[in-house]
Design a protein around this ligand. Structure first.
Ligand SMILES: CC(C)(COP(=O)(O)OP(=O)(O)OC[C@H]1O[C@@H](n2cnc3c(N)ncnc32)[C@H](O)[C@@H]1OP(=O)(O)O)[C@@H](O)C(=O)NCCC(=O)NCCS
Length: 215
């Protein structure tokens, strides 16, 4: 018998609805509410028929529930830290249509959405998002809080630093290092290493902004 996992989704915007929807396809996972940490007025209302809790009020649910953060921006770091400090543990959600190698390693709080593929020995840090149909090559490592947009494709043996954002449909060639807190624009073709804290875009990708802090 599959054990039931009661999950709270951190976030109350459209991506939170998407994460709750994908989670509803995972056997044993039951989403029981959303959590807000910025706009107090949203707490107490409902979203998709489920309660919205104020962040400070979820400590009492820490024994019975796990959480997953559905913010695709760098605010995810702050929100997961806040909730962890309340004693909450995190769920790792993998959609049933994703293909995850048995040799891949997933950090807690990570989300692997429908149709994504994690190849052999891929490694995800904590609170990583691999969105719909994104492809992670073999022996590639994504640091904590990395976001891969839908359909992004990163080759084998790459390393992506923490809190970096990879836009929808971007392609990153194999064996490259992508720095931390960087942004790879949608549909870019990355052919060279990307330093920390820069934004790159285009085909081939070029630096278009410096001193960024992810997206
Ligand atoms: C890279 C990105 C962050 C740049 O944002 P920005 O610095 O605010 O850039 P702007 O929107 O001001 O656009 C500046 C210029 O770059 C162009 N541009 C923007 N993104 C681009 C991209 N990914 N590739 C090529 N050119 C791009 C714009 O058309 C604009 O050109 P113009 O000056 O000739 O009009 C953003 O465009 C992007 O790619 N975001 C990712 C979106 C995504 O993946 N969403 C997934 C949702 S699930």
């Amino acid at each position: 018998m599959i054990e039931t996992q009661r999950v709270l989704v951190l976030g109350t915007r459209t991506f939170a609805v998407e994460v709750a929807d994908m989670a509803s396809d995972i056997p044993g996972v039951v989403v029981e509410g959303f959590v807000e940490n910025l706009d107090r007025d949203r707490a107490g209302a409902t979203l998709e028929g489920l309660p919205i809790y104020w962040v400070d009020d979820v400590a009492r649910l820490a024994r019975t529930h796990t959480a997953v953060c559905a913010l695709s921006t760098t605010f995810r770091r702050r929100f997961t830290g806040e909730v962890e400090a309340l004693g909450m543990r995190f769920a790792t959600l993998v959609h049933p249509t994703a293909r995850v190698s048995r040799t891949a390693v997933l950090g807690e709080g990570s989300i692997v959405n429908a149709g994504a593929i994690l190849a052999a020995h891929a490694r995800l840090g904590r609170h990583v998002i691999v969105n719909r149909g994104a492809l992670v090559g073999h022996h590639t490592m994504l640091g904590d809080h990395v976001t891969m947009g839908p359909g992004a494709n990163i080759g084998g043996c790459c390393e992506v630093g923490e809190s970096t954002y990879i836009g929808i449909g971007a392609v990153i060639l194999d064996q490259l290092t992508i720095g931390a807190h960087a942004i790879v624009g949608a549909a870019s073709l990355v052919t060279r290493a990307v330093p920390d804290r820069v934004q790159v875009m285009g085909v081939p990708a070029r630096v278009t902004r410096e001193r960024v802090d992810g997206r």
